[in-house]
Design a protein around this ligand. Sequence first.
Ligand SMILES: [Zn+2]
Length: 186
Amino acid sequence: MPRPYNRRMPVRPIVRLGHPALRTSCEPVPPERIGSAEVEQVVTDLVDTLRASGGSGLAAPEIGVAWQIFVFDSELRGDPRPLRVVLNPLLEPHTGEMVYDWEGCLSIPELVGLVPRHPSVRLWGKGRDGAALDLELSGLAGRLVQHEYDHLHGIVFLDRMRDLRSLSYMAEWEALVAGEEHAAVG
Ligand SMILES: [Zn+2]
């Protein structure tokens, strides 16, 4: 669904399904390069591109960079909503029944589908400044980080769907199916 976003153009185009970057496993950022101008530029580009996109999460391979970096909405409120930057993440699902909800992808525009995800996860990694992150995430944030983490390993949400019959164009879904529901677009 349309969300408020600024009108700056993305500084890098978001690559779409078919681009090999989306099917490649990304390399960790070497620790000594965290905070370097090169890595800072990638992070800034990810933040600016996500803010301009209307999505809630974006991974480096979606702008053609094969490093383990993603950004996501850390809160659901605020305009612009605060974003969290994660480098070199490790993700551990908590046990529990998989939860189905609607998901879309900035690299697979216009499509949404029901995707099973772990109800909550623990996420380790580094922040933009190299500080250790250790987060417990559930709900939308938990779903988003599972989506973005998959991108770092060449996986897209279509691969996670168990039944393609829910796959829908966003416009039809919003008009005929969604009601008050929102899709997590990452
Ligand atoms: Zn995506």
